[in-house]
Design a protein around this ligand. Sequence first.
Ligand code: NAP
Length: 298
Amino acid sequence: MTHDNLTHRPAVSVLGLGLMGAALAKALLDAGHPTTVWNRSTSKADPLVAAGATRAETVAEAVAASPLTIACVLDHAALHDMLDPVAGDLSGRALVNLTSSTPEEARATAAWAAENHVEYLDGKILALPSTVGSPDAFLLFSGPPDVFTTHEPTLAVLGDTDHLGPDPGLASLYDLGLVGVMFGTITGFLHSLAVLRAEAVDAGDFLPYATQLIGALPAMVADIADQVQTGEYGGRDAQLNMQAVFVGHMVEVSEARGVDPAFPAYVKGLMDRAIARDHGRDDVGRLLEGLTVPARAA
Ligand code: NAP
């Protein structure tokens, strides 16, 4: 990047310099944005100030320093502890909130922003702090498309970006959906490690096989998405009658080895209920119906 480009980068203020907020501020600084930083515990600003950031003594001072403020704190309550007192200072400026939240919290913050004449974009980061600023990081945004378009060149410094639509709750909804996919996979992996460890198999010995299977997941989830979208669940490659037996083995071997069987037992319960509803010849996409409360009760 040339010096000329650096001097034309818009100023940004970053509120919250925990692990993620500090990584955001550093990426903005590295890209040449004049960056003002504030954190409740002031010492967390020190390394960033040493790297060229401007320290704000107060939240109001930080907000006043830039047309765009990026907030990234622990949760919704922390966000409003920090921002409610400076709503008037934010008026007429843009706020991008990268704090994790529920969709309801994101919509409430958007309503608060509208009442206070703040241009608001809700965003979620799908990345570890160490990957912020690289193509491995991706960020999802929702809220007014024009606010996204205006600030996208700045936000793109943090990672790949996508705008999901005008409903400010969408980024949270997708984020939680993706976290669900992540923790489902991680919990299954940990459960399997516990079973294997009971027979003295090393995690490292199992890892290449788990990795190979995870490599097949994109095709599997694409097939499941197709089943759900078309409503055609007929098991072409695998059917619930067979899969329930297989998952039943996992429950059995877990119990026999003193491993909590709750994870496979939950999956088996979904399968058993679908089979009881006469869906035994369907594939796993059919389990979606059993995940809504009325269907489970049926
Ligand atoms: P963190 O290291 O625990 O930092 C939390 C930040 O919130 C600190 O700056 C803390 O200030 C601030 N804070 C807490 N309560 C506050 C309050 N009442 N008023 C003002 N500031 C307050 O957490 P993090 O990892 O940076 O995560 C920040 C956000 O990024 C979270 O919403 C998280 O879900 C999201 N995120 C994190 C990751 C990750 O891998 N770290 C990945 C994706 C998304 P003090 O320093 O003064 O305590």
